[in-house]
Design a protein around this ligand. Structure first.
Ligand code: KG4
Ligand code: ZN
Length: 374
């Protein structure tokens, strides 16, 4: 039997991910290096600094992953690499490493779209994966994106709705920073979820308005800028201080800075309540819009499956709320395991396998920092 094996390389943002996987969905070996400390130091993903970190770790990580697999390179059918979308300099490190390995070993390359990898991994690894056939609906909620997509086949996607400003992951990251959470080990989103659980944050303590509940209620799109500024106003009010334009710009206008926030003089419990209120409002917004998309889907087409993926899909509250929503509409929910919601090499290897199996693999790995999925 010809059970294909693919090595995947992911470096589009701040994670160096390498994995070897086979066609049956078995992960043979994997390596994941996150550069959170650098992101924390620089107040966001600094492309040059992060690409240097990729470069430093990549060759070792590839070698380690191959060694751990106990395979010969001749057993590997293809090298799949993310060539977009993402940060140019980061993508370049991954693609160059893939090209060098390919030249050395004569293993062919496969181009992988980062978002396609996020959504296809649900077919490889979610509990109900064997049942997941096209077409299905996807909510992709990550640090770089916040979109609803109709997946009709490999490489065949239709845009349903997206964000008007930030992605939800970015909003989580910025609020984590505003609340002065320690993001040197884990992402802002992870830390918000953690502090809410650890200190029993009460989501009812602060009432942030759910975005787009006015005239734009029926539109399928997202917006997080209003919610971010509500959180900022609330924090400064609690501190009896005022907001200066600079910090409003930083939070709402997507500017990055290296300096730390001034120390917050709020109790841990208040911070946990703020985090809980933000988290539940941001997620209520996702649920509200996905609800509309599911209703539309039921009217127009016979889609019965929803995939929720991307880094924010690691969030337990989101996972639970999406299950409730799917129960209401009689949809099957497909969630990748938490570990494979955030960026990793496994999803890239799997996307490569899907491309290979469907005969749609292409070896043109031209860097595409902007690469629409539709
Ligand atoms: O998919 P991903 O690893 O990278 C992109 O492709 O953007 O997503 C990273 C995003 C970050 O913004 C991070 O804060 C968020 O996912 N995230 C979470 C959680 N874990 C990661 N957000 C909420 N709750 C989590 N548990
Ligand atoms: Zn991602």
């Amino acid at each position: 039997i010809n059970n294909k094996i693919v090595l995947g390389i992911e470096t589009s943002c701040d994670d160096t991910g390498i994995a070897i996987m086979d066609e049956s969905g078995r992960i043979i070996s994997e390596t994941l290096i996150t550069h959170s400390q650098l992101v924390a130091d620089w107040g966001g993903v600094h492309p040059h600094e992060i690409s240097k970190a990729h470069k430093k770790t990549l060759d070792g990580a590839i070698e380690e992953t191959i060694n751990k697999s106990n395979l010969q390179t001749s057993d590997i059918d293809a090298i799949a690499v993310t060539n977009g979308p993402g940060l140019m300099s980061c993508l370049r490190t991954g693609v160059e490493a893939a090209q060098q390995l390919s030249q050395r070993t004569n293993i062919p390359l496969i181009s992988v779209h980062h978002l396609e990898a996020h959504l296809l991994i649900a077919r490889g690894l979610s509990k109900e994966s064997s049942n997941l056939q096209f077409p299905f609906l996807v909510l992709l909620a990550s640090g770089g994106h916040c979109v609803i997509v109709e997946a009709n086949g490999i490489g065949d996607y239709k845009f349903i709705g997206g964000t008007l400003d930030d992605s939800i992951g970015e909003a989580f990251d910025k609020i984590a920073r505003l609340l002065n959470l320690d993001v040197s080990v884990n992402s802002g989103g992870h830390e918000i979820e953690r502090i809410v659980k650890l200190h029993d944050g009460d989501p009812k303590q602060f009432k942030f308005p759910i975005p787009m509940m006015g005239p734009k209620r029926s539109e399928i799109s997202f917006s997080f800028s209003g919610l971010k500024s509500s959180a900022l106003w609330q924090v400064r009010k609690l501190e009896n201080s005022t907001i200066n334009n600079k910090e409003l710009n930083l939070l709402v206008m997507n500017q990055k800075n290296k300096s730390q926030n001034p120390k917050l003089n709020l109790s841990t419990k208040v911070v946990a309540d703020l985090a809980a209120s933000f988290q539940s409002t941001a997620i209520a917004h996702l649920v509200d819009k996905t609800d509309i998309a599911l209703k539309k889907c039921k009217q127009n087409r016979n889609i019965k499956d929803l995939v929720v993926c991307g880094g924010v899909a690691a969030n337990m509250l989101l996972r639970d709320e999406m299950q409730t929503l799917c129960n209401k509409h009689n949809f099957n929910l497909h969630l990748p395991p938490i570990k494979y919601c955030t960026d990793n090499g496994v999803m890239v290897a799997w996307a490569g396998l899907e491309k290979l199996k469907s005969g749609l693999a292409t070896s043109d790995v031209t860097l595409k920092p902007r690469w629409p999925l539709f």
